[in-house]
Design a protein around this ligand. Structure first.
Ligand SMILES: Cc1ccc(-c2noc([C@H]3C[C@@H](O)CN3)n2)cc1F
Length: 322
């Protein structure tokens, strides 16, 4: 079977995208994250006070994987931990009958206060799964064999609902050719590299290695590229109190592109005005990857494309224009 689930922005700035998932007998709204590999949910194991505003998984003790635990932390320092159950998970009509469901006993404040997010569904390689004593499969790995094609496709949109397709490529969701490159999955992520970047009409050769990450809001690249970009934005500056580059909300933002597989993958300037700040200017969608060691192609990069993640004998990534 194949299937498709909507990806709905959680707020007016596309901070993250939420998709409905049936876990056991509950329907939860999860953040599909191609940058991690745990399917974890808010659960009845938590104190009631932590569950306010969240849908949560009613655990069935008979389905517990006795002695199994998990503990995860994310790029922003948030995290969660808990116990493991084997239960039915349905995404867009695709069913995993005994998927490892990681039920939270504790979650960090960022998650508790993010009342729309009921957990995460990881779509990176299962080698990054945190369950002990035995690593568990992602939902995608669990259902892979039942899919017509071993792939999922990501269609995130700018300030609108998009979708995740499993097992098929939806021709109505893109125009032009799909450009495929091999994925570097050696570190457990969907890794790609670019050979150039462009700011407006000016192109510069550079090697940009990064990961596709639907769970990261912005686009993080090397500092020299970020500086070159905002040098083209009148009134922009690095604002340490806001934690990144900001600019006047009236600024015209140049398009940005990364050349992947010989094809310019363009991010429209409009998408790079991420959100207003509390100080009366606007926060940039492109920021520095300082301290990370590689680039993170998050939602700002993804939301103009239809991106196919194919787990064939040679994992590949296909890019097409929405
Ligand atoms: C409150 C909250 C915090 C973090 C995240 C989060 N989800 O995916 C990621 C990135 C970073 C990398 O770790 C893997 N993908 N971060 C989601 C949240 F709802």
């Amino acid at each position: 079977t194949n299937g498709s689930a909507p990806a709905v922005p959680s707020d007016q700035y596309d901070s993250l995208y939420l998709s409905p998932v049936t876990v056991g007998s509950s329907t939860l709204h999860l953040d599909f994250d191609t940058g991690s590999s745990d399917l974890w949910v808010f659960s009845s194991l938590q104190a009631q006070s932590s569950l306010v505003g969240h849908d949560y998984y009613m655990v069935d003790p008979a389905k517990e994987k006795q002695g199994y635990t998990w503990k995860i932390s994310y790029g922003d320092g948030s995290g969660a931990s808990g116990k493991v159950y084997a239960d039915k998970v349905v995404v867009g009509g695709v069913t995993a009958t005994a998927q490892a469901v990681e039920a939270a006993t504790a979650v960090s404040a960022q998650f508790t206060q993010d009342v729309d997010t009921d957990g995460l569904l990881g779509l990176a390689m299962s080698t990054l799964n945190t369950v002990k004593p035995q690593q568990q499969k992602t939902f995608f790995d669990t259902v892979l064999k039942q899919l017509a094609q071993p792939l999922f496709a990501v269609d995130l949109k700018y300030h609108a609902a998009g979708s995740y397709d499993f097992g098929f490529i939806d021709k109505s969701k893109y125009t032009g050719a799909i450009n495929y490159v091999n994925a570097d999955t050696s570190k457990g992520w969907w890794g790609v590299s670019a050979t150039a970047y462009s700011i407006g009409n000016a192109s510069t050769s550079a090697t940009v290695s990064g990961i596709l990450d639907t769970g990261t809001t912005l686009l993080y690249v090397d500092t020299p590229i970020v500086k070159a970009y905002y040098a083209k934005v009148k009134g922009s500056k690095m604002d340490n109190t806001q934690g990144g580059y900001v600019f006047p909300c009236s600024a015209t933002l140049p398009d940005f592109s990364l050349t992947i597989g010989g094809v310019k993958q363009i991010v429209p300037g409009k998408h790079i005005n991420y959100s207003p700040t509390s100080a009366g200017n606007c926060f940039g969608g492109i920021q520095t990857n300082d301290g990370i060691g590689f680039s993170i192609l998050g939602d700002i990069f993804l939301k103009s494309k239809y991106v196919i993640h194919e787990m064939g004998s040679t994992p590949r990534i296909g890019f097409a224009q929405q």
